[in-house]
Write a protein that binds this ligand. Structure first.
Ligand code: SF4
Ligand code: MG
Length: 321
């Protein structure tokens, strides 16, 4: 079996409450019929503008949010509706690295305690074994030994993200969901943290779901790339195909906005009209049609489904059927 994760027709909707009685008056379709898979050992980059449902996707797979519909298969097990001990067991094998290392770590907790916490929660270890493991993890993420007795607030953003990564690795998970792991960091340390993640992927046999809005970051990290728009996967393919031959008009616009230092290679930037519509009231048909310069009659009527048009390259667009 070569797939670590399979997501099929996943929907995650949030209720919108309103009025005096806070009744449910609508729903936000944060993730709306999303399907993709991740192979063992690969990195799938998930891109799209903010609010397109990337983080909700990650949090639903982690089962921090309950899916509304669809199916999540992790490591051969259907985990869509697991609870209690089964959910706890699964969480051991998937961990999350969050965007904001300032918010996701308790600043007043000692690094040794932060990093050892997952191990203490799941495994019986002596104090000595625990400390040895934490020191080993600190070394692997490039932190000095004396970090052990320091507090999270004593570290810079990049170092704090290293602490968060050490904690995520503590149980030797199979899957890491990294949600914008460098976007809160100074540009000067971003590539250090990205390279660290790449090195750790080899050492720890990790599979990554790498979420980012920055296409150059995703390009650096990913084997395959999925492009999300309004809760939908609109295109998914190998990194090379996505950048060399984007098929979906939205992907084409995103790629045209990446700065290209070589003027000879520079293409015209496709500027998108208008804003992303609200996921509480998504457009009919193709979710991208109000902003698409290729839109045809059919586009506002029928929703295109994600179809394989070349080997390993799937796109949801009526131009490609
Ligand atoms: Fe544009 Fe139509 Fe394709 Fe949607 S289906 S991306 S509106 S051409
Ligand atoms: Mg997000």
């Amino acid at each position: 079996q070569s797939l670590l994760l399979e997501v099929n027709n996943l929907k995650t909707y949030y209720p919108i409450k309103g009025g005096f009685l806070q009744r449910t008056i609508g729903q936000v379709k944060a993730v709306d019929d999303l399907s993709f898979e991740i192979k063992y050992g690969e990195t799938l980059g998930l891109v799209g503008e903010s609010g397109c449902g990337k983080s909700t996707t990650g949090r639903t797979i982690m089962r921090l949010l309950a899916p509304t519909d669809g199916k999540i298969v992790f490591d051969g097990k259907d985990v869509t509706n697991v609870t209690g001990k089964s959910l706890r067991d699964i969480r051991k094998d998937m961990q999350m690295v969050f965007q904001d290392p300032y918010a996701s770590l308790n600043p007043m907790q000692m690094v040794g305690d932060i990093v050892s916490e997952p191990i203490r929660n799941y495994l019986k270890k002596t104090k000595k074994e625990l400390k040895a493991e934490v020191l080993d993890l600190l070394e692997k993420v490039g932190l000095p030994e004396d970090a052990y007795y320091k507090y999270a607030h004593e570290f810079s953003g990049g170092q704090r993200q290293r602490i968060g990564i050490a904690r995520a690795l503590a149980l030797r998970p199979k899957l890491i969901i990294a949600d914008e792991p460098v976007s809160a960091l100074d540009v000067s340390v971003q590539s250090q943290v990205l390279n660290l993640l790449k090195d750790l992927q080899k050492d720890f046999d990790l599979t990554f779901l790498f979420i980012a809005h920055d296409l150059s970051v995703v390009k650096h990290m990913s084997d395959r790339i999925g492009v999300m728009y309004l809760g939908n996967m609109v295109e998914i393919a190998d990194k090379e195909s996505i950048y060399a031959e984007p098929l979906h008009p939205y992907t084409q616009a995103l790629i045209s906005a990446i700065p290209e230092p070589d003027p000879k290679k520079r293409k015209d930037r496709i500027v998108l009209q208008g804003d992303v519509p609200s996921p509480a009231n998504p457009p009919t048909g193709c979710p991208f049609h109000p902003r698409c310069s290729h839109a045809m009659d059919e586009c506002s009527k029928t929703k295109p489904i994600l179809k394989e048009v070349k080997k390993g390259h799937r796109v949801a667009c009526h131009l490609h059927t």
